[in-house]
Design a protein around this ligand. Sequence first.
Ligand code: AMP
Length: 280
Amino acid sequence: MIVARTAAELAQALNGRSSAFVPTMGALHAGHAALIRHAAQFGQPVVVSVFVNPTQFAPNEDFTRYPRMLDRDGKVADEAGAQIAFAPEVEEVYPKGQVIPTPSLPPVARQPQLEDAFRPTHFAGVCQVVARLFDLVKPAAAIFGEKDFQQLRVIEAIVNDQARRWPDLKIIAHPTLREIDGLALSSRNAYLTADQRKQAIALWKALSAAQAEPTPRQAEHLMRNVLQQHGLEIDYAAVRDARTLLPIEEYSQPARALIAARLGRVRLIDNAAIGAENRS
Ligand code: AMP
């Protein structure tokens, strides 16, 4: 596997070839590895980016303490089947004096009152970095995890809106990988103390228990109860239209239950399909 540290090294490694692309912020775990293995099935070189993007963190968030472990990440990416790891410095992604055309924020990044409400500058940063990385990597496919469900919808929207900028790009969704007890794998799980790790199971418990409730409102109510019982501070626990992420009154279309909750300074997110078609 080649490690490219600059745009020029990346271009040299790609040598004009198309690719399957997995953008990450590093601290790779089995969830990232699953995305990389999936990317390898497209029969094209797999590019994994490892870049902690400063513009998607607010000043009070965890940018400086976000785990960085490039040597280990290189091994994980290589073993999962990546051909190129792109690990640029900030100046390489945002060169001084160069204007990066940044997509305007689609409605799904502004209207749902989910991540957009609690991290108001986050999706502008995500759209900026993803657009820049797509321009540099020029992939034919990019794989994103359902773990960040609103982000997935936002990226689908910008790629749709900017069809001329990335005409042949396909966005592929990959299901969330979980620990045996249901906790979604996340680089941020490393921040949890042993006690918080036990409490964190509440997200999956809440998402699972909500499945049995007949209406979105009752499902939301139950999720809040489960989270509170386990001592989590809730940012949101919502059932939404799975496409627009806007509120729904009943299960007449595919729906998604989404949670963001905090344990001390650690903020966790998770989500799951919910609704009539999901019930056995
Ligand atoms: P991150 O490094 O957290 O920015 O994540 C990079 C990519 O990996 C994103 O598309 C995430 O949605 C995806 N991802 C993170 N955690 C998981 C997981 N547990 N299962 C599947 N995909 C994941």
